[in-house]
Design a protein around this ligand. Sequence first.
Ligand SMILES: [Zn+2]
Ligand SMILES: [Zn+2]
Length: 144
Amino acid sequence: MRGKCLCGEVEFAVSGTLPNLYQCHCSLCRKATGSSANAALIVPSENFQWVGGQDRITSYVKNTGYRSDFCSKCGSPLPNPLGSRAEYWIPAGLLEDNANLEIAAHLHVGSKASWDAVASSGVQYQEAPDLVSLLKVLWKNAGA
Ligand SMILES: [Zn+2]
Ligand SMILES: [Zn+2]
């Protein structure tokens, strides 16, 4: 499975079974995406590979630790490693194929925008579960 930014210069590949998606509706993800929520997947680092355009990656880290990587040419959000864990965070909209993925979890529903209608599929969390619990939810029925 390939993924690309809007201009196409940054490209990556994901292999193996893909977990389901989550959406985070928090105020930071709204700023980072310019929309109601992000939609992303978290894959093991060994299943993620850059194909090209890595010199275009710009990284912004807020003083809270919130990180957003983006393409310096077109502004698309880009994959980035999740803290010190062996996982990569990938914006779902960059994937070239929908691969029957579904949203399995909605985070920070308690602080969503008033105009945000949360999709009916997926567990809704008022805030966010810890990463290990979230990963369990995302991998349940993955690839089904
Ligand atoms: Zn780009
Ligand atoms: Zn968020």
